[in-house]
Design a protein around this ligand. Structure first.
Ligand SMILES: Nc1nc2c(c(=O)[nH]1)N[C@H]1C(S)=C(S)[C@@H](COP(=O)(O)O)O[C@H]1N2
Ligand SMILES: [Mo]
Length: 529
């Protein structure tokens, strides 16, 4: 303890002398700890937001794609199933080495290490985006992880700097304190990063395995389809397509984290007021004759003119078949469905047993297995009812019961126990609310699931004219409409109203979504120049 001159210090065996200066090694340690924390955060964000947005496995896939096939096969032969874990470990070690370098650069120049972190993030982003992910959610893990990792690096470097200054100062106690603060911070962040990294990796790996099983799953051939006539889509630019692509389909749920549920672990039980309780596995379900049905899903929270509505081709088992097998007892009037994440919906029993209504236990959406966020492996789709009382995703239990006895998740929170869909319509075109005088296309969609749309009118400054209607597969979907307007200069109020197949016209009365769905005519102002 007599030595007072600054001297080199090993991070593994820190010198006892508090006034010894932190060396460049410690800057590398800051970089490595920041990098590890960054990767842990990226994995945890990926698990929470978008498993396929995890950068490390994405970089792994990119490397496999870039390597010559011979080398990839050699890796498989020599390492067997360990090839992927080995590749991931190599990537993690490579990133940590670069982060160590970042620490060194940061020591030399403020923000110098940021360049390395940015470069690492760029490679991760390229890997995620070329892996077929284009949503904003998928880029958040990489950007968020490396940004936060870099901020932690800066925070540690700051403490290292303070230690360095104190060590050069006259007060050995101050130097000892500064050193201890730095080591404590570094140790705590490193430990948290290590725990987070292991947990994050395990969570993402599970999610990745489920996602992979999902993408490998081949949908069974339906025993019956809704033919899709060409006339269902007017092909009008700016108009919502008749079938909404999965990537554009609205998503509503209370889950903070999409339940990651493997098909092998899934089962459904039918309980409550039934003669026979039934338990069904995924293998049981897909072995049964499944049918395809086009149906529009609508959220009760959809505002007038809102976009919480989408149309898809669903593949599944008619729920009435299962219920018939279970044998609902007299007096039952509701089915309370419960999801993997404990959410519930109360659906009128009648809507599920109605021979004329195809309520499905769905496994397929637009020709692929349900996307994880839309309920993989199995969800409910009931034409004619808002999603909150019918469309349970990740469904695990159907309890036959009564409205008097049970209520779904949203009912005690102020939403109606029963949620039939109200007649609605929306203007999609013109997207820009201004146009030149002359022919202007006004177009949109109208819906009244399970009754169907018979007429759509467009009101120009209160003068109603009938719109052209596209074809539909049946009463369970929205219907495209179009009106060719000969627009005159000035500011015009353009409104839409639909009439259903029973002759009832959409009400003009404005109502907010709560408690049982919005109403009123979607009206826009268009400036004609
Ligand atoms: N498990 C679960 N299922 C759910 C919900 C939910 O919060 N949790 N929300 C419902 C609501 S309110 C709607 S509108 C639809 C939306 O389905 P989507 O996200 O596939 O569009 O799912 C329904 N199913
Ligand atoms: Mo909803």
């Amino acid at each position: 303890m007599t030595q007072t001159a600054p001297r080199a210090e090993s991070p593994l065996a820190p010198a006892a002398d508090p006034r010894a200066f932190p060396t460049g090694r410690w800057a590398e340690v800051c970089g490595v700890v920041g990098g590890l924390a960054g990767m842990a955060i990226a994995d945890l964000l990926a698990w929470a937001l978008a498993p396929s947005g995890a950068p490390v496995p994405a970089v792994g896939s990119m490397i496999i794609d870039l390597l010559p096939a011979g080398l990839v096969n050699w890796g498989k032969e020599t390492l067997g199933t360990a090839d992927k874990p080995v590749l991931l470990v190599i990537i993690v070690l490579g990133v940590l080495a670069l982060c160590g370098l970042a620490g060194r650069l940061e020591q030399r120049r403020a923000y110098g290490g940021g360049l390395v972190f940015a470069a690492v993030a760029a490679v991760g982003l390229v890997a995620v985006l070329t892996g077929g992910q284009s949503s904003i959610r998928a880029v958040v893990p990489t950007v968020g992880g490396l940004l936060l990792g870099y901020l932690l690096l800066r925070a540690l470097m700051l403490r290292r700097e303070r230690w360095s200054l104190a060590a050069a100062g006259p007060d050995p106690d101050a130097a000892r304190m500064a050193r201890r603060t730095f080591l404590r911070w570094t140790g705590v962040v490193a430990a948290a990063a290590a725990v987070g990294a292991v947990a994050g990796r395990a969570l993402v790996a599970t999610a990745g395995a489920v996602e992979e099983a999902r993408s490998r799953f081949r949908l069974p051939t339906p025993t019956r389809r809704d033919p899709l006539p060409a006339g269902v889509d007017l092909g009008q630019e700016g108009l919502s397509p008749y079938v909404t692509p999965n990537a554009d389909f609205y998503r509503i749920d209370t889950a903070l984290q999409v339940p990651i549920l493997s098909a092998d672990d899934w089962s459904l039980t039918i309980t409550g007021m039934v003669d026979r309780e039934i338990t069904l596995s995924f293998a049981d379900l897909v072995a049964l004759p499944l049918v395809e049905h086009v149906a529009t899903l609508t959220c009760v929270s959809n505002e007038v003119g809102g976009d919480l509505i989408g149309n898809a081709v669903w593949l599944g088992l008619p729920i009435r078949q299962l219920l018939a097998e279970a044998g609902p007892r007299a007096g039952a009037d509701m089915v309370l469905s419960t999801s993997e994440d404990g959410w519930t919906a109360g659906t009128p029993l009648e809507a599920l047993t109605d021979p004329d209504r195809l309520a499905l236990l769905a496994v397929g959406m637009n020709g692929e297995a349900l996307p994880l966020e839309h309920g993989y492996p199995v969800r409910m789709v009931v034409p004619g009812l808002y999603g909150y009382v019918s469309a349970t995703k990740w469904v695990r239990e159907l309890k036959v019961t009564t409205f008097a006895e049970d209520q779904g998740y949203w009912t005690p929170l102020g939403w109606a126990a029963q949620g039939p869909i109200k007649t609605g319509s929306r203007i999609d075109v013109p997207r820009r609310r201004s146009a030149a005088a002359g022919p202007v296309v006004v177009a949109g969609v109208a819906w009244d699931q399970h009754t169907g749309i018979a007429k759509v009118e467009v009101g120009i400054d209160g003068d109603w004219r009938e719109a052209e209607l596209a074809e539909v597969t049946g009463p369970d979907t929205w219907r495209q409409w179009r009106y060719r307007w000969d627009a005159t200069p000035g500011s015009h109020e353009v409104a839409v109203r639909a009439t259903n197949a029973e002759g009832s016209t959409q009400t003009a009365d404005l109502a907010a979504p709560a408690p049982d769905g919005a109403s009123g005519w979607h009206t826009i102002t268009v400036d004609i120049g």
